[in-house]
Ligand binder design. Structure first.
Ligand SMILES: NC(=O)c1ccc[n+]([C@@H]2O[C@H](COP(=O)([O-])OP(=O)(O)OC[C@H]3O[C@@H](n4cnc5c(N)ncnc54)[C@H](O)[C@@H]3O)[C@@H](O)[C@H]2O)c1
Length: 246
């Protein structure tokens, strides 16, 4: 019960890692607000949680919607923000549309900054923390995944920069860098077109059965959000079955 009495906002909670994290944090006593664009998915998640969450639909591509989500989650204070919403689209760079590039940056990056910005006054009050979702794609170049990789490199930069800016106010900011996770995003169909699979498979996990389950990532969210991690800020935590080991 590390989060007894703690108020936590989890985005992307209608599916995958966000759902598993909401379930995990509620099981440890948190009062969780779950946010996502997928209302039906949020309702499903709520049924799986140990306590009834506050349910808020929002659109991460809309800054006003991000701010309204934080306002709703923080009516009686906020201790932790878990930024998990995200999208992935990949494919050969010569055919990749600029509209898709900009949409990925808006949802994966601009929204993270907007949500952090809105949450920080509350987190300064509570001496709370933020856990963002980056990716192994934040730590290396990945062929055919330029927009997503750029969006996650930027999340790493936001994480480290905010950690420095707000450390003296008692707010910690960290990010998790998952490798492949068994979720709808992680298992999405590959793009059509001219793809060299040798370039893609360079980053396969090294562990046998090295793909992660959403609950593996949720456990790391719970650790970083808790007081167990009180000396950790500005860190990027890889959980990838050894993908980046070499
Ligand atoms: N699955 C992987 O292999 C993997 C690896 C590294 C990082 N990640 C990151 O983990 C996070 C969660 O991904 P996942 O694998 O659970 O995927 P997922 O597709 O299961 O969940 C993503 C969630 O984000 C929500 N979302 C998408 N667009 C939104 C919008 N405009 N507004 C609000 N919510 C929106 C979706 O509705 C969905 O519930 C993402 O940030 C993703 O980039 C995933």
């Amino acid at each position: 019960m590390r989060f007894h009495g703690k108020k936590i906002l989890v985005t992307g909670a209608a599916s995958g890692i966000g759902r598993a994290t909401a379930i995990r944090l509620a099981s440890e006593g948190a009062q969780v607000t779950i946010g996502d664009i997928n209302e039906a998915g949020l309702a499903e998640t709520a049924k799986m949680m140990a306590s009834t969450p506050r349910i808020c639909t929002f659109d991460a591509s809309d800054t006003a919607s991000c701010r309204a989500l934080v306002d709703a989650a923080a009516t009686d204070g906020l201790d932790v923000l878990c930024n998990i919403s995200g999208i992935l689209k990949w494919g050969p760079s010569l055919d990749f549309s600029i509209d898709d590039f900009e949409r990925i940056l808006k949802i994966n990056t601009t929204s993270v900054f907007a949500l952090c910005q809105a949450a920080l006054p509350h987190l300064i009050e509570s001496k709370g923390n933020i856990v963002n979702t980056a990716s192994t794609a934040a730590l290396q170049g990945i062929a055919y995944t330029i927009a997503y990789s750029a969006s996650k490199h930027a999340v790493a930069a936001i994480t480290k920069g905010l950690a420095i800016e707000f450390a003296s106010k008692g707010v910690r900011v960290n990010a998790i860098c998952p490798g492949h996770v068994n979720t709808p995003m992680g298992n999405a169909a590959p793009p059509s077109g001219d793809v060299n699979w040798d370039l893609v498979m360079r980053n396969a996990p090294k562990l046998v059965d090295g793909s992660c389950e959403p609950s593996d990532i949720a456990a790391m969210f719970a650790y970083l959000a808790s007081d167990d991690a009180r000396k950790i800020t500005g860190s990027l935590f890889t959980i990838d079955g050894g993908q980046l080991a070499g």
